[in-house]
Ligand binder design. Structure first.
Ligand SMILES: [Zn+2]
Length: 520
């Protein structure tokens, strides 16, 4: 197997069942794992053995067990080998795109990554040979292969506009007889992007989505109520294919018709809700209004990744009595389901055996070190219909360094903090509005409104932050405290202007908060 961990789930499950029957993987049984000594919240008692707390909930066995499959992608000279004891339950040590310590900043630690260099190289080579938009582009750029980090970072980025230019079917990298389906991203801002899928792509997506459900604690006995839309968009059908791959019961409601949603939620005793955060909130409120809380059986919510606040999260959790899981993905790269948070809620694990993810500086395109914020840039590894190389998503996040308490070595990214279009740079520091919001959230005496004004005064860039307060505290004290906190968290000292409640403009639409007056 040289194509990374792109595996056939059914074959693996059969293999595992055989192994299980022969007693060969008993040692991997979750009940024998040792719990981490961390103080982080544990999963609910029902998933833990009372005598010996396991390291991960039993239902994650699926993924742990898949990893007993032998891997041939480990560099023999890397530390450890495929027989390294640490590789038994999860990723082998030294498994990275370019093992032997060749990875540079931003590529993750060797033991954090499971992307294989052969799959990355293979994907690029297939594209160069393909008679499609991408193949021509790579050939024009004199790219003949990709065997190292140096080669990889020389590959040109692709932007949404490039994909639009390939409309309608210029992204197809295989003959038409292999294409079984297309999806399309929204065309509200111009020509739509058409993404062709082969049968394998469709199946790979379902495998990734099934993994998401597994991470959310779902099993074959769950009843999954799917409220995202079906159609050209990749949402509904992805949620459904993953549910079916898992063996659960999909209830394909589609969006809207809240009354019927609630009727099915009660009568079918749905256990999992798939929704956008706004629709989940609406359903939670309706459940409360109609007094249905005791009549529903929901346990988990799998929520499409959009930026949503802690307050919304809490209301959905409490209103429906469920755990919440954020899912990540985009139409250009399969669709939702290329990653999800685990129950420790320490960021979203990304399936890096299917996609290779870089975080780059939105301005320079240079990879940033792990832990630093930047733009997510995705390379598909085994996609056939429409592979993508270094696709700039404009979504802002960061790679979370270190290991997750759940024990999974799938790398984690933070919750999407916004779009790179919202970012500004001052004194060489990239600042995202969300970082400022996080500082302001520490001060309960401030309202939720704020404004950032950037200006160029007396030869230097200045950041002013306008905040509102109710007047119960001295304006000067608040200004000093906010400036100090901003300095310690973001690394630069702003001028903080405190104004009275109601002074800053309100908008029913999206409020403009950042005004860059430096170059006007
Ligand atoms: Zn985790």
């Amino acid at each position: 197997m040289t194509g990374g961990l792109a595996y056939d789930l059914d074959a693996i499950m059969t293999y595992l069942r055989m192994q299980e029957e022969s007693g060969r993987i008993g040692a991997l049984s979750v009940s024998r794992r040792v719990a981490p000594s961390s103080s982080l919240a544990r999963p609910s008692a029902s998933t833990w053995s009372s005598s010996a707390p396991p390291r991960a909930p039993a239902r994650w066995d699926f993924r742990w067990k898949t990893c007993v499959m032998p891997s041939t992608s480990v560099c023999p000279s890397a530390s450890g080998s495929s027989t390294d004891t640490r590789s038994r339950g999860d990723r082998p040590v030294g498994y990275s795109p370019w093992p032997c310590g060749q990875q540079t900043e931003g590529y993750g630690n060797a033991d954090q990554r499971s992307t294989s260099s052969s799959s990355l190289t293979g994907q690029v080579e297939r594209l160069i040979a393909a008679d499609n938009f991408y193949g021509r582009r790579l050939r024009e750029a004199d790219i003949t292969g990709c065997d190292s980090v140096e080669d990889f970072v020389r590959l040109p980025f692709s932007q949404k506009q490039d994909l639009r230019d390939a409309y309608p079917l210029g992204l197809a990298a295989v003959p038409e007889e292999k294409i079984v389906r297309i999806h399309s991203s929204s065309g509200t801002t111009g020509t739509p992007v058409i993404v062709p899928y082969t049968a394998k792509d469709v199946d790979d997506w379902a495998i990734q989505f099934a993994r998401c459900y597994e991470f959310a604690g779902c099993t074959a006995t769950d009843r999954i109520q799917i409220t995202p839309g079906y159609g050209l968009w990749t949402a509904g059908i992805g949620f459904q294919a993953g549910a079916e791959k898992l063996g659960a019961m999909a209830i394909p409601m589609g969006p809207g018709n809240t009354e019927k949603q609630l009727q099915f939620m009660v009568d079918m005793q749905s256990t999992v809700l798939c929704a956008t955060s706004s629709y989940a909130l609406l359903l939670a409120e309706k459940v409360g209004e109609l007094g249905l809380r005791d009549k529903i059986a929901l346990k988990h919510g799998v929520i499409g990744s959009e930026r949503w606040g802690e307050k919304t999260r809490r209301r959905i959790k409490d209103g429906l009595g469920i755990d919440l899981f954020d899912i990540y993905g985009l139409t250009e790269v399969y669709g939702p389901g290329i990653g999800i948070n685990c129950r420790y809620e320490t960021g979203m694990h990304i399936w890096d055996d299917f996609v290779y993810l870089e975080i780059v500086d939105p301005e320079t395109g240079e990879p940033v070190p792990d832990g630093e914020w930047g733009e997510i840039c995705i390379t598909t590894l085994v996609k056939e219909g429409a592979p993508l190389i270094r696709f700039r998503t404009h979504d802002l996040s960061r790679i979370i360094p270190g290991e997750c308490p759940c024990g999974s070595r799938y790398p984690r990214i933070d919750t999407i903090s916004g779009r790179s279009d919202d970012m500004f740079k001052i004194h060489g520091v990239n600042v995202f509005p969300r970082q400022v919001e996080e500082v302001l959230a520490l001060f309960p005496q401030l309202s939720s409104e704020y404004q950032i004004r950037l200006s160029h005064l007396e030869g230097k860039d200045t950041m002013r932050i306008y905040v509102e307060t109710d007047g119960t505290q001295d304006f000067r004290d608040i200004a000093d405290a906010v400036a100090e906190e901003t300095k310690s968290r973001i690394g630069l000292t702003p001028l903080v202007k405190v104004v009275e409640l109601g002074v800053l403009p309100r908008s029913e639409k999206k409020t403009k908060r950042v005004f860059d007056e430096r170059y006007e």
